[in-house]
Design a binder for this molecule. Structure first.
Ligand code: HEM
Length: 379
């Protein structure tokens, strides 16, 4: 199982169009063949089988596993109205993700754009993506990261105190709470328990809808996600309005940094001085809550599971942490600098991320026809 999960770490999905057209066009020039697989039923393709797998206990790995057995490490299918090719060899994953040839671009399925917004980093065109990144990369400054470390530590210490007297702790649920609070503090300084609760519920609906069948009818999961997105947008819009009306408010968060560009563009590059619109800010705040919450909570859950199974590693880790605690007994919380004193913990994090595929799905769109490992991919 772990070998399979590790293999899937490299799984890459390419959205391809008109494969059959290229097969006939390029037949004379190359001996490469189109990837094996099935397009399933007309229009819906294999979307239903994919959804059944996603909603089963095994997740969408089951969909991939059965097809890998039948077709090998590369197979094609049709999902959500488009041809997809799943790749799961290290070499092809490396070629697609490194994208040295410039033949691939990021693109998630259309229904995801309806949920996170078409101005989100996850859905933007290549040029727009570059512009958005130039703004958002600044948010991960040393100062922001230091604030995040401190805040995360506070949340963890607080949670651990509460866990001490509880019989059972469902780790993933608790860690999702912690990471959600951490993301909301870092992005929009939201700390009110009631507002956090309703935002978390709505973000949950959006996440569930991301891999639901994209049918927008009142009783569907997809519809619930779309409705929840509107409520999230309204909440962020309200926060933006309040910030603009404040005369001497002081907030150290991502939103404030993005809004500050409204007032001061003098020290920025030309890309950065094109300020983000409110719609771009709102879509990307939602994107970052989703991107940061689930990934971090799942990664932590896997790490704790692996540590529970490996006493030797746990002992070394405890020893490293105890040394840091002894040196800094007067400090109430961890500092960013303390992380550089944790070489063993850092290795443990990397190894856990290698073993567990926290983000198993890296969709890319093929921009130009190309060949890889004897197979033909068309734009
Ligand atoms: C253990 C934690 C995390 C893991 C394993 C992880 C993993 C990844 C991966 C693999 C991608 C690339 C997806 C692709 O290329 O299609 C990605 C993208 C992204 N992640 Fe994370 N991530 C984590 C935490 C976070 C956090 C905390 C944030 C926000 C504060 C975040 C924000 C993003 C954003 C905005 C993107 C899109 C970047 C772009 O399109 O340029 N992630 N993440």
């Amino acid at each position: 199982m772990s070998a399979f999960v590790a293999l899937l770490l490299c799984a890459v999905i390419l959205t391809l169009r008109k494969i059959l057209k290229v097969m006939s066009q390029d037949r004379k020039k190359s001996t490469a063949v189109i990837p094996p697989g099935s397009h399933g039923f007309p229009v819906i393709g294999e979307t239903l089988q994919f959804m059944l797998s996603v909603n089963s206990g095994k997740g969408f790995y089951e969909f991939v596993r059965t097809r890998r057995i039948k077709y090998g490490s590369c197979f094609r299918t049709s999902l959500f109205g488009e041809t997809h090719v799943f790749l799961s060899t290290t070499e092809s994953a490396r070629a697609v993700l490194n994208n040295e040839s410039g033949m691939f671009t990021k693109r998630y399925i259309k229904s995801i754009a309806e949920l996170v917004g078409d101005r989100s980093l996850l859905c933007a065109s290549q040029h727009h993506h570059k512009l958005l990144r130039s703004h958002l990369i600044n948010l991960f400054s040393k100062r922001s990261t230091a604030l995040m470390v401190r805040h995360f530590d506070e949340l963890v210490v607080d949670a651990l105190c509460g866990w001490e007297h509880r019989g059972t702790v469902v780790l993933l649920t608790e860690l999702l709470q912690i990471t959600f609070k951490a993301m909301c503090k870092m992005l929009i300084s939201l700390e009110d328990e009631e507002e956090l609760g309703s935002l978390q519920k709505d973000v949950g609906f959006v996440c569930e809808a991301m891999l639901a069948f994209p049918l927008n009818l009142p009783w569907t999961r997809f519809h619930k996600g779309i409705m929840a997105r509107e409520r999230v947008m309204e909440m962020i819009e309200k926060i933006i309005r309040e910030r603009r009306n404040e005369t001497n408010g002081h907030h150290e968060d991502f939103l404030q940094q993005l809004l500050a560009v409204d007032n001061d563009t003098s020290s920025l590059s030309s890309d950065q001085s094109t300020k983000l619109t409110d719609a771009e800010i709102k879509d990307n705040i939602l994107t970052m809550i989703i991107a940061g919450q689930d990934t971090t909570a799942s990664a932590l859950t896997w790490m704790i599971k692996y540590l529970g199974e490996n006493q030797k590693v746990l002992d070394i880790l405890i020893e490293e942490q105890s040394q840091i605690a002894k040196k800094a007994s007067d400090k109430p919380f961890l500092l960013l600098e303390d992380l550089s004193e944790m070489p063993y913990a850092s290795k443990m994090v990397k190894e856990s991320l290698r073993m567990a595929s926290v983000v198993p799905w890296f969709p890319r769109l093929v921009l130009q026809d190309c060949e890889m490992e004897g197979l033909l991919y068309s734009s």
